[in-house]
Design a binder for this molecule. Sequence first.
Ligand code: SAH
Length: 664
Amino acid sequence: MIDRASERDAMVERQLMRRKITDRRVLDAMRAVPREVFVAPGMEEFAYEDGPLPIGHGQTISQPYIVALMIEAAAVRHRDAVLEIGAGSGYAAAVMAQIGATVIAIERHEPLAKEARDKIARAGISNVDIQIGDGTLGWPDAAPFDAIVVAAGGPSVPEALKAQLKVGGRMVIPVGGSGTGQSLLKITRTGDDTWDEQELGAVRFVPLVGAQGWAQDGRQSASNHVPGQSSGKSLPQMVAEVAEPLPDIDDPSFGQFFDRYADKQVVLLGEASHGTSEFYRARAAITRHLVEHHGFNIVAVEADWPDAAAVNRYVTHQPVRDGGDPPFSRFPTWMWRNAVVEGFVEWLRSHNAQVSDPDARAGFYGLDIYNMSGSIAAVLAYLDEVDPEAARIARERYSCLTPWQSDPATYGRAVLSQSYHDCEPQVVEQLRTLLERQLAYEAKDGSRFLDAAQNARLVRSAEQYYRVMYYGGAESWNLRDTHMFETLEHLLEARGPDAKALVWAHNSHIGDARATEMGAVRDQLNIGQLARERFGDAAALIGFGTHSGTVAAATDWNGEMEIKRVRPSREDSYERLCHDAGHPQFLLDLHADPALRKRLEVQRLERFIGVIYRPETELQSHYAEASLPRQFDAFVWFDETQAVTPLGPEHRRASMPETYPFGV
Ligand code: SAH
């Protein structure tokens, strides 16, 4: 027997309460109404998923959260007279009736209306009257209403519906033409001739088709008041006014726009994809400026520690070491082996050449955990030099992981299927013994000890990471981001009171997770969130975004790099707002204007392209709900962007040492 009640409880807890639905009536009603009755036959198993579902005739049953949001906003109460337009499956009407309201719900598709009646009866709900017709005209016979909920999006708010609200009555309705996206509005009737309007957020509904909605062909049937246009500036206009147009990235004044972050201890620079040249170039320009003029001395990037360590030796003029794989040979190679990173590395090396105190040079470090075998090799190489007996014991401990070094992802499966003991005790023990001898080892060479200790920490984290990866869920993500953040903390600590760090990582690691679906619904945290919790105002979180262009990405994990076209941003996204603001590139300081901040806080879609880009399923694969001003302190915009140029073997340079990071 499938336990629908606990599925419902989980839905209410995860999808509604975590997204700040607080109205007890709504939460209780949604715990009670059997949503599985209202979905199309055969779709019951998906009834409690976090999204809309098809119900036939090209229509959908709304996402549970949207149903809750609308009913909460309409403040539906026991004994209220409620009108719903767009009964669809009848689910939202059933929830409102469960609260105790008397509901008239209009549906224009006759077969849907009949099915809805049937479903309402099967769910054991009374007090719902489903009518067939055009809801844009309302239901004058039963007017006025305490609340009107419209579940389809029109070009404007139908006058007929406004007139059928009681004074004090509330209407919730999605409105918006093609080209601007829809926005959910709450209209409150404040007097005989007065209505108040409030915007609740960007939404996607099927079209409201009728006399005061869209015509069948999608054109506007009636010309009504279009909200937003009468009430002052549009959101893109407000963005345009606050946005500070940026000069060319190569212009020396580019970095000066970021002087406002000079006093921060950590400045985190995001990116909306792992394959966009402008994001790398801008981060390099900002970093150069802050290193040169404001004493930043740590550049910590979303790359593997042992690989970045080779770059660090190069840029800080330490002797290069032979042996091992060339750095950044692991998929996705273009992320760090690209023309912009190469140029930045050369710059950092020449900058450091002018710093006479080796301890004052700016370092380049990797925060990520994927190169477990590289880290194991580095710990062993270190101990071979400083403590051969300890190296022998370490070799034995790490041999537990030997079978999996070339493909650590299979390790988790082996442990899970209990065909293999996990190696946790050994790797934890190895880290412990290394740290125990810190004083003795550090006396020989402090920076080399830091490197070795970090590698031993990485092996410990990676062992856990690959083991929990097989359970899915938030745990492996959280482990990785916690490791990355702790690595940053170790770096700051090792540098002492003058430490100031720049972090380069994807927006999904940098933007405060609590302001996005990943934190609110999926229990994921990230570096940005941890940085705010630890450093407060001494951390600046800066996101990056683009409208369209090209990007370097693969179609599948471990696949070939391709240059793909980035689709123009969706109408209901933050990206489209920035695009519509009209400047080709700008810095948007999200603390600059409280009115803009408030309007931008309402959640919208935001695009996340990683090393994989699948334009065919872009909405599902790459967009997520977020609140931009809560996620970031500033947003850097490049309307049109180009793919990064990867470094191939042809980039081997004769003048470079054999082990130069990109020389292989
Ligand atoms: N509240 C519904 C969601 C239905 S989707 C649920 O919980 O399942 C929106 C519905 O609005 C569709 O079924 C569509 O046919 C209907 N619709 C669109 N325009 C309409 C109009 N003018 N009058 C009545 N129904 C309309």
